[in-house]
Design a protein around this ligand. Structure first.
Ligand SMILES: NC(=O)c1ccc[n+]([C@@H]2O[C@H](COP(=O)([O-])OP(=O)(O)OC[C@H]3O[C@@H](n4cnc5c(N)ncnc54)[C@H](OP(=O)(O)O)[C@@H]3O)[C@@H](O)[C@H]2O)c1
Length: 314
């Protein structure tokens, strides 16, 4: 018992097999590194082979690259067919792939009635379907056949990826699924430059809970992580000198957190290592904010909490 309570045993992921969608960049790359350098075999999935290969080369360790598109049922099943050629079990599936489609004519003038109406009217069918295909995942055959339009509340989620992985997860002693949602799925933030993103991430939160409810007979745990701002391809740019700079929205968003800074790699890696380790085996259907207090600020915004003036859009 005493041995198990040692940190290196409690949080060990050595010898486990982990799949990370979107594992080639941003938060996914951080997770890939965290698992790989701690002795896990990591399968990373994305649409750009060169990004996956570069990540595997940079990190080293036991990383398998699988080129694939997780936004459809067929795509998710194809990924798992490729995975099955390399491994016979999956202990952890991390649904990290995600996209955010910005407004086509962004504006800071959010209190202007004409602007408010225009921002909403410029969102089109593709914005909704593409965002939900990846973030809540996969209209799959339905989407391709265009027989059933996707509604904003459709909770089909990193659903297909998780469901396709069930046979491999069932072979694990500690099978678990992590869905990376966002604090944007919890709070109503006008400052976010996309409308569909927030709705899709709210869907991802509930999807996680529903999957936990359905998968417990198989002993598969499902938990959700809601990150605040972390530098990534989605939120930042990298200069020729390698310097990473948050975009405008990200810069303002971090001011709306109690810590007032973006998250660091270790701060997003730690809770997910916990969920995948022995120490996390009693955790199921949780939704963990890893946001430097951003949710606290956002939900308290009408409760007298004073924000820095420069954090306001208008
Ligand atoms: N960074 C933040 O501040 C933040 C905050 C809250 C939540 N999140 C969430 O964290 C997750 C990771 O995002 P990130 O910020 O790290 O951005 P990122 O660097 O853009 O990573 C997104 C990854 O998803 C992959 N991807 C996108 N569509 C895919 C598809 N159809 N099939 C397979 N892979 C796909 C991309 O690779 P390919 O383009 O090569 O496919 C990319 O590697 C997302 O779910 C995002 O919504 C991020």
């Amino acid at each position: 018992m005493a041995d198990l309570l040692r940190v290196e045993n409690l949080f060990s992921v050595a010898g486990t097999t982990v799949l990370v969608t979107g594992g080639g960049s941003g938060i996914g790359k951080t997770l890939t590194k965290a698992f790989a350098i701690n002795g896990a075999r990591v399968i990373i999935v994305g649409r750009r082979q060169h990004v996956l290969d570069a990540t595997a080369r940079e990190i080293g360790g036991d990383i398998i690259c699988v080129k694939g598109d997780v936004s459809t049922k067929d795509g998710a099943e194809d990924v798992i067919q490729q995975v099955k050629k390399a491994v016979t079990v999956l202990d952890t599936v991390i649904n990290c792939a995600g996209i955010s489609i910005p407004f086509k004519r962004p504006s800071d003038n959010l209190d202007d009635p004409d602007t408010a109406a225009d921002l909403l009217s410029q969102v089109d069918d593709a914005d909704w379907t593409e965002t939900h295909k990846v973030n809540v995942n996969g209209m799959g055959a339905q989407f391709k056949a265009c027989v059933q339009p996707l509604t904003p509340a459709d909770p089909s989620g990193p659903y297909f990826m998780t469901v396709s992985a069930i046979p491999l997860l069932r072979k694990s002693d500690n099978p678990n699924v992590v869905i990376i949602s966002s604090v944007a799925g919890l709070v109503n933030q006008r400052a976010n430059g996309s409308f569909t993103y927030g709705v899709s991430k709210a869907g991802a939160v509930h999807l996680s809970s529903m999957l936990a409810g359905r998968l417990h007979p198989l002993k598969i745990r499902v938990n959700c992580i809601c990150p605040g701002i972390f530098p990534s391809e989605m939120t930042a740019t990298t200069g020729a000198d390698g310097a990473v700079a948050l975009g405008r929205m990200g810069t303002k968003a971090v001011m709306r957190s109690t810590l007032g800074r973006p998250g660091k790699p270790e701060e997003i890696a730690a809770p997910i290592l916990l969920l995948a380790s022995k120490g996390g085996m009693y955790m199921n259907d949780t939704c963990i904010n890893v946001d430097g207090g951003r949710w606290l600020v956002m939900k308290g915004i009408y409760d007298g909490l004073r924000l820095p003036d420069e954090s306001y859009i208008n």
